[in-house]
Design a binder for this molecule. Structure first.
Ligand code: CP3
Length: 339
């Protein structure tokens, strides 16, 4: 029988007080993270050192006692394993080379062993987590990952990749298929090594027209859900299509995810009314309300808490926690949610 509060809710049970974790909870708003990162000289050095990455995964659990621990890694580890070079320069976003807008996918040499340190981290965390804490793995969704692979970096409105997908759907489809295959294996091996649920982050799902959303968000995510379920039945899969808005119900039905992450722009009462009543949801406090604190934070928390009177609900933010978020605001959030 499942007794961990977060895992129970992801399996469809209702809790009086929602279990809570925060997207990007392992990271730069924590002084202990910044200290370790400075010592190790950068993100990739940390993420590929299983002892350091285990420590970073556990830091927010030790400090706050969240109900979920999310693996410390990045969605861009999959492009790295597909053969692109990955760098996280100081003060700029991540870079992938060669960008697939200029180079063919077939020019890349697959490097799946680059993911081995991540599986070692998973084993390290699984051994040391408190008994009540659920261990979450993750990957990026093919669309979001492809936007970085094609442009070689983050881009405004994902314009380069959206144009590429229209201009050469066969070449773009081959990139998406490669990401799907690697992601199924990556998530199944995270699970095989000890994670108990997984989340698929689709940060840029909001930039696509409805037909492109069907083709590049729903279909590939369905393939991942089917592939992971075939290898690891019974492990909850959370989909987080940020910005999907009015397409959320189509996403939930089309991908068959077990739980749905809502971003902060979604009215939770509307979501509760339009989504299948049994579907667990996660979210969706505005990260800027958490950063601001005070009355804005309390009102935001109460609004989210009131929105799902019957539904399985995991309390979370609508997107990642901001790096300038004061620690006392996080402590306050947990006190208020737990009552
Ligand atoms: O705490 C956690 O949630 C676990 C670890 C995690 C990271 N990245 C660590 C990280 C997770 C789940 C991610 C997901 C991720 N990475 C997404 C999807 C979610 C989202 O926020 O939209 C995306 C788009 C990325 C790609 C990425 N990684 C970017 C654009 C950047 C630079 C800008 C930024 O947000 O920091 C990263 C770097 C990164 N990934 C850091 C961390 C802790 C910061 C590295 C550092 O400077 O120390």
């Amino acid at each position: 029988m499942v007794t961990k509060p977060l895992l129970r809710v992801l399996n469809g049970a209702r809790a009086d007080r929602p279990p809570t974790w925060l997207m990007r909870q392992a990271g730069r708003y924590l002084p202990e993270y910044r200290a370790l990162r400075a010592e190790r000289g950068g993100f990739l050095a940390l993420a590929t050192d299983p002892i350091a990455a285990t420590e970073v995964t556990l830091q927010p659990i030790r400090r706050f006692g969240f109900d979920g621990a999310i693996l410390f890694s990045d969605i861009l580890m999959v492009p790295w394993a597909l053969g692109q070079e990955l760098t996280f320069g100081a003060g700029e976003g991540p870079r992938l080379a060669p960008a697939l807008v200029d180079a063919a996918l077939t020019a890349l040499t697959r490097e799946p062993a680059r993911l081995d340190p991540v599986y070692a981290t998973v084993r390290g965390v699984a051994e040391s987590l408190p008994a009540e804490t659920t261990f979450l793995g993750f990957a990026g969704s093919p669309w979001t990952v492809a936007t970085y692979m094609v442009a070689g970096q983050g881009s405004r409105d994902q314009e380069v990749t959206r144009r590429f997908a229209y201009a050469d759907p066969a070449a773009f489809g081959a990139i998406v298929d490669a990401i799907v295959a690697m992601t199924i294996d990556y998530l199944a091996r995270q699970i095989g090594n000890g994670v108990e649920a997984v989340q698929i982050f689709d940060s840029w799902a909001g930039s696509l027209s409805p037909e492109q959303f069907e083709r590049w968000v729903i279909a590939p995510n369905r393939a991942i859900v089917d592939g992971v379920r075939a290898r690891c039945p019974g492990v909850p899969i959370i989909g987080f299509p940020k910005g999907a808005g009015g397409k959320l119900a189509a996403y939930a039905a089309g991908t068959a995810v077990d739980a749905l992450g809502l971003d902060e722009t979604v009215d939770p009462h509307w979501a509760d009314a339009v989504l299948p009543p049994e579907l667990p949801v996660q979210g969706n406090l505005d990260p800027l309300a958490l950063l601001t604190g005070g009355a804005a934070l309390d009102a935001g928390i109460d609004r989210v808490l009131a929105a799902f009177p019957e539904r399985p609900h995991v309390f979370n933010l609508g997107h990642g926690i901001g790096q300038h978020t004061p620690i006392p605001h996080v402590e306050h959030l947990l006190q208020r949610v737990r009552g």
